[in-house]
Design a protein around this ligand. Structure first.
Ligand SMILES: Nc1ncnc2c1ncn2[C@@H]1O[C@H](COP(=O)(O)OP(=O)(O)OP(=O)(O)O)[C@@H](O)[C@H]1O
Length: 712
C-alpha cells in the first residue's frame, strides 16, 4: 500500500511524519552542537598538547558524522511492534503520541504499537530517548529481514519516499503479521522506484533497500573473512561498503586502532564509490589502489610488462625465488674475528661465529631483525671475552665494540645489508643470479621472460612495472615485516595475482571482505578460483558466498552478455536480472569509414534519455572518439585523466580498461572486436563492458562481432 501525497497532499499521516522528521532534525542539530561546544582541552596546555590535538580531531570527526545533509533523509523506514514486544527485550522503542509523530495503531487491547524509526545514524533527544535507530543496530536487522515467514516480532514495516530535496512525500506499509486481510505481500513500489532510478554521477548507498541475502553478508561479524562471488550488478561493491560501515558501528574501536582500507582497481573507480561511506555517516576511511599499496612512495608503475612476464612475475613461485636469493647471502665466516678494543685484541673463533649465526638464522625473525640480532650477539660474545679476562665493561662498551671495524666487517660478510629494490633489480638483470635462485622453480624460458628489458644498471634508472612492485614489496617484507590492518575490503579481487594477494595479506592482519566475479577476471596472473586466491590472501578459511540477483543490467542485456560465459567462465551460471527494460539492446552494423560518425550519432541519441551516458571503446580509440564528439558539439569528459569525470559531464568517454565496476544509464560500445583484440583476456574485458548499462546499450560495429555474440 503506497500513499502518495501528490494525490493527497493533506494526508494527516504524511504531515505527522514530516513533523517527526523536523523533530529529529532539531535533535540531531542539538547533538552536533553538544559535540562542538563540549569543553575538551585539559591540563597543562603544553604537556597535554598532543592529547588535546587528538581530542580535537576526534571531535571534528564526530561532528562531521553528525552533519545533517539536507537531501539525505534522517530516517527511511519504520517498524511497528505490538505493545510490549520491544520492552520485553529491554529495548526502548519510540513511543507513540509525542512530538507530532505518527501514532501507532491500537492493538486489540487498546494499547498502541511501539514505533521504531530506522535511519542512517542514531538520533536521540536531549533526555537520551532514541528517536531514530541506526540501521546497523541489532534491531535494524528486522527492517531488512522480517517477512511473513519470519516476522521477527514486527507487525508492520513502513518505507518512506522522499523527493529530490529530502522532503517526505510518500509512505508504503507492509503488513508482516497479524493483519486479518494481509494476503500475499506485493512488490514494494518504493523499492522498484529505487532500482529504476535513472543513474547519474557517482555511486549511492543502498541502505534503504538492502535485500535479505545482501544483509546477511553486510552483518557478517568482524572475525569472518567473506568472499562474495557475484555476477555484474548483484551489489557486491555496495554490500562490501555497507559491511565496512556496519563493522565501523559494531567494532569501531578495534577498527580505529588497527585501521581499515578499501582496495579498488584504479583511482577512477575509487572516485566513483567515494561518496557512499560518507553518506552513511562514515568519514575518513582510506581508499587505495593495489598500485598505491605496493608503492606508497608513489614512484609509480611506469612500465607495462608483456603478458607472459606479468603472468610469471605474478606467480607465487616468485616469492620463493626472492626468498632464496635474499638468504643465499647469509653464510658462515671464512675467518676468525679479531676485534681491537681498549688497546687489546679479542679473537672470536670462526666456529663460534658460525654457531651464533646458526642460532640467529633459526630465530623466526625478518632478515633485517636477524641482522641486528647477529650484531648484538657478536658484540655480547666479544664483551664476554673481555670480562673473562678481567676487563670491566660499562654502559659505553657495547657501543664501542659495535663500532669496531672488524665487527662491522664480520657482520657484513656473514649477513650482508640488503635493499628490496636493489635485490629485485639484481635478480631480474643478472641471468646467472636468477638461475641460482630460480633453479627447479622457473624453467629457462620463464627465467628469460622475467628479465628486465634494457637491463637497467641502477635502481634509479629502472622503470618498474606493477608486477615488479609486488616483487619489491615481497622483498621489503622479508627485510622488515609490515604491520597489519584490522579489516581490508578488496573490490574486483578476481584480478589479483598471487604475488599481489601476498602483498595484501601482509597488510591484512584481521579479516577481509573479498568482492569479485571470476567471469570479469582480466588480470594476467589471476588464479581463476576463489579458494586459491583466498589461500594466497592468507585467509584459506574465508567463507565464499554467491549473489545471483542482478540489480543493474536489464535481462535482455545480461542474457546477451552471458553468451560469452561458456567461453570465459564455463562454471558460472547466467545471472538473473530483477530489472526489465524494453528495447534495451540495439546493435548497429556500419561501414568502417562510418564507424566514428555512427558512434557519435549513437551518443547523441543516448543523450536524449535521462541519466548518464558512457561511451566505451578500446583504450587506443578513446582520444579520437572524444575529439569527434567535440567536433559534433557534444561535450564529454574522459575517464582516467580526470578523477571527477563521472560528475563533470553526462557523457563520459571510458577506456575499456577502466570501466570495471562502473555503471551508466546508457552505454554506447564502439567496435567490440577491437576491445577484444587489445589484450589477451579480451573476451573477459568485453563481458565487463557489456554489463555496465542500467537501461540501454547500443553497440556500434564495423568489424564482425566477436564470435560468441553472433548477431542481434
Ligand atoms: N539492494 C539494492 N537496492 C538498490 N539498488 C541496489 C541494490 N543492490 C544493488 N543495487 C544497485 O545495483 C547497482 C550495481 O551494484 P554494484 O555496483 O554494487 O554491483 P557489483 O556486483 O559490484 O557489480 P560489478 O560486478 O559490475 O562490479 C548499483 O547501482 C547499486 O546501487
Amino acid at each position: 500500500m503506497t500513499h502518495d501525497p501528490a494525490a493527497d497532499s493533506a494526508d494527516p499521516e504524511v504531515l505527522a511524519e514530516r513533523a517527526y522528521l523536523r523533530t529529529c532534525r532539531e535533535a540531531l542539530r542539538a547533538m552536533r552542537e553538544d559535540v562542538l561546544t563540549t569543553e575538551t582541552t585539559q591540563g597543562d596546555a603544553f604537556v597535554d598538547k598532543y592529547n588535546n590535538a587528538i581530542i580535537r580531531e576526534a571531535r571534528a570527526e564526530r561532528a562531521e558524522q553528525l552533519l545533517d545533509l539536507p537531501d539525505v533523509p534522517l530516517f527511511f523506514g519504520r517498524l511497528d511492534y505490538p505493545p510490549g514486544e520491544l520492552e520485553e527485550y529491554g529495548l526502548e522503542g519510540v513511543r507513540p503520541g509525542r512530538d507530532g509523530r505518527g501514532e501507532g495503531e491500537r492493538g486489540d487491547g487498546g494499547a498502541r504499537d511501539t514505533l521504531m524509526y530506522i535511519g542512517r545514524r542514531g538520533v536521540r533527544d536531549a533526555g537520551g530517548t532514541p528517536l531514530v535507530v541506526d540501521w546497523r543496530a541489532p534491531m535494524g536487522t528486522a527492517f531488512y529481514q522480517a517477512g511473513p515467514k519470519n516476522p521477527m516480532r514486527v507487525r508492520k514495516r513502513r518505507r518512506y519516499g522522499f523527493d529530490r530535496n529530502g522532503e517526505l512525500t510518500a509512505y508504503e506499509d507492509e503488513i508482516i503479521q497479524g493483519a486479518r486481510d494481509a494476503g500475499a505481500p506485493g512488490a514494494s513500489a518504493l523499492l522498484t522506484a529505487e532500482l529504476e532510478r535513472p543513474r547519474s554521477g557517482p555511486m549511492r548507498d543502498i541502505v534503504t533497500t538492502i535485500q535479505p541475502e545482501q544483509d546477511d553478508i553486510v552483518r557478517a561479524p568482524l572475525d569472518r573473512t567473506v568472499c562474495v562471488q557475484g555476477a555484474p550488478g548483484t551489489g557486491k561493491t555496495a554490500v562490501g561498503l555497507h559491511r565496512l560501515a556496519y563493522l565501523l558501528y559494531t567494532d569501531r574501536e578495534r577498527l580505529k586502532r588497527g585501521g581499515t582500507v578499501i582496495i579498488g582497481p584504479n583511482r577512477s573507480f575509487l572516485a566513483y564509490i567515494r561518496n557512499v561511506l560518507p553518506a552513511l555517516g562514515e568519514v575518513g576511511v582510506t581508499q587505495t589502489t593495489v598500485e598505491e599499496l605496493l608503492d606508497p612512495g608513489g614512484t609509480g608503475a611506469r612500465r607495462e610488462d608483456d603478458p607472459t612476464a606479468a603472468r610469471i612475475k605474478g606467480d607465487a613461485r616468485m616469492a620463493e625465488v626472492i626468498r632464496r636469493d635474499l638468504w643465499s647471502g647469509v653464510r658462515p665466516p671464512a675467518e676468525d674475528l679479531v676485534a681491537e678494543v681498549g688497546g687489546r685484541r679479542w679473537r672470536l673463533d670462526r666456529d663460534d661465529l658460525a654457531e651464533i649465526l646458526r642460532e640467529c638464522r633459526e630465530s623466526d625473525v625478518s632478515y633485517g631483525a636477524g641482522r641486528e640480532l647477529l650484531t648484538q650477539r657478536i658484540v655480547t660474545a666479544v664483551i664476554r671475552l673481555m670480562e673473562r679476562s678481567g676487563k670491566i665493561s660499562d654502559g659505553r662498551t657495547r657501543g664501542t665494540v659495535r663500532r669496531c671495524p672488524a665487527v662491522k666487517a664480520a657482520v657484513a660478510a656473514m649477513w650482508p645489508k640488503a635493499d628490496a629494490a636493489k635485490l629485485v633489480l639484481g635478480l631480474l638483470t643478472d641471468p646467472a643470479r636468477l638461475a641460482r635462485a630460480a633453479g627447479g622453480l622457473l624453467d629457462p624460458a620463464e627465467q628469460e621472460a622475467v628479465l628486465l628489458p634494457g637491463r637497467p644498471r641502477s635502481v634509479k634508472s629502472a622503470r618498474w612495472s606493477l608486477a615488479d612492485l609486488a616483487l619489491i614489496n615481497e622483498a621489503a617484507d622479508l627485510l622488515e615485516r609490515q604491520s597489519g590492518l584490522a579489516h581490508v575490503v578488496i573490490d574486483e579481487a578476481q584480478d589479483l595475482s598471487p604475488m599481489q594477494c601476498r602483498a595484501i595479506a601482509r597488510r591484512a592482519a584481521g579479516s577481509c571482505t573479498v568482492l569479485g566475479d571470476l567471469a570479469q577476471a582480466t588480470g594476467p596472473a589471476a588464479p581463476g578460483d576463489w579458494a586459491t586466491l583466498l589461500a594466497h590472501l592468507g585467509k584459506p578459511d574465508g567463507e565464499i558466498v554467491e549473489l545471483d540477483r542482478g540489480y543493474r543490467v536489464p535481462a535482455q542485456i545480461i542474457d546477451y552478455a552471458a553468451r560469452l560465459l561458456p567461453r570465459i567462465a564455463p562454471g558460472l551460471r547466467t545471472p538473473a536480472s530483477v530489472r526489465q527494460s524494453v528495447d534495451a539492446l540495439q546493435v548497429t552494423e556500419t561501414a568502417p569509414a562510418q564507424l566514428v560518425a555512427s558512434t557519435v550519432a549513437a551518443c547523441e541519441k543516448a543523450l536524449v534519455r535521462e541519466g548518464s551516458v558512457g561511451l566505451v571503446a578500446a583504450d587506443a580509440d578513446v582520444p579520437g572518439l572524444h575529439a569527434a564528439l567535440a567536433d559534433a558539439g557534444l561535450p564529454s569528459a574522459v575517464l582516467g585523466g580526470d578523477e571527477d569525470a563521472m560528475e563533470a559531464e553526462r557523457l563520459v568517454c571510458v577506456p575499456a580498461s577502466l570501466v570495471k565496476g562502473l555503471e551508466f544509464e546508457t552505454v554506447v560500445v564502439a567496435e567490440p572486436a577491437r576491445i577484444v583484440r587489445a589484450e589477451p583476456r579480451g573476451l573477459h574485458r568485453l563481458y565487463v563492458v557489456l554489463t555496465r548499462a542500467v537501461s540501454a546499450m547500443h553497440i556500434v560495429h564495423a568489424e564482425p562481432l566477436p564470435e560468441p555474440l553472433g548477431e542481434g
